[in-house]
Design a protein. Structure first.
Length: 239
């Protein structure tokens, strides 16, 4: 039987909280958990990858250093994290445990990404197939009790579009969601608007168009400008 299908590429599977989350499913794979934390108390972590297809899948797993600059995420190669095994093949319905650990202790918390991607087949056969790539958050040397402190600003870009920015002056990571973003900015975001995680000392910027849908104009005017009068929101669970 000829099959035509796509495997969706997943940009980031960070979620609001780590505990009690169901496994993430994307195309041929199920991954659990979708967030990994390692530190002094637990120097290694693991992710279980399950192949739900009826054919073997070859996977490559590797870490990337994660930082934020100019309002965007940036990833770099790193040797600070060990991933084992780095390459493996999972039979149909099978599972593989991927272990991660630090090469050396770090005094400061470090954010990374764990990339789990499918190695394309040499002869994929008929149909269109896009190789799966999962990008999971991996936090190392994370002390307990660290919280984020977001400060928001809004500014018009050179091309006439507006952007809102969240800058984190706290010591914890925070996953921004539509509810907290609307409360802080007054902007009514579209359904499915893609936010992300703001790292300690980092900032994320999101374009909201030339004529943003502002539900609370007083709030929006309050954060308009350079950001010096940004509206702080309560600390959230750092994820």
């Amino acid at each position: 039987m000829r099959r035509f299908y796509f495997l969706a590429a997943c940009a980031a599977l960070t979620l609001t909280a780590a505990a009690g989350l169901p496994p993430a499913a994307a195309g041929t794979l199920q991954v659990n958990p979708v967030l990994v934390e390692i530190g002094a108390a637990r120097r290694t972590g693991s992710v279980t990858v399950r192949n739900v297809e009826d054919v073997p899948v070859t996977i490559r797993a590797y870490p990337l250093a994660w930082r934020q600059a100019d309002g965007e995420d940036h990833y770099d190669e790193t040797h600070a994290i060990i991933v084992s095994p780095p390459v493996f093949t999972i039979p149909p319905g099978g599972t593989q445990i991927v272990r991660v650990g630090q090469r050396g202790a770090s005094r400061a918390p470090q954010p990374y990404r764990l990339i789990i991607e499918e190695v394309p087949e040499a002869n994929p056969g008929p149909g269109i197939r896009v190789a799966l790539r999962l990008n999971l958050p991996l936090y190392a040397s994370v002390p307990a009790g660290r919280t984020a402190d977001l400060r928001w600003s809004a500014s018009r870009q050179a091309d006439g579009r507006w952007a809102v920015e969240a800058r984190n002056s706290g010591a914890g990571w925070v996953r921004v969601d539509a509810v907290s973003a609307r409360a802080a900015t007054g902007v009514r975001f579209e359904d499915g608007f893609a936010f992300g995680t703001v790292l300690p000392g980092g900032a994320r910027r999101w374009l909201i168009g030339g004529a943003p849908n502002v539900a609370d104009r007083a709030r929006f005017q309050q954060i308009t400008g350079s950001g010096a009068n940004g509206a702080a929101i309560p600390p959230q669970i750092p994820r």
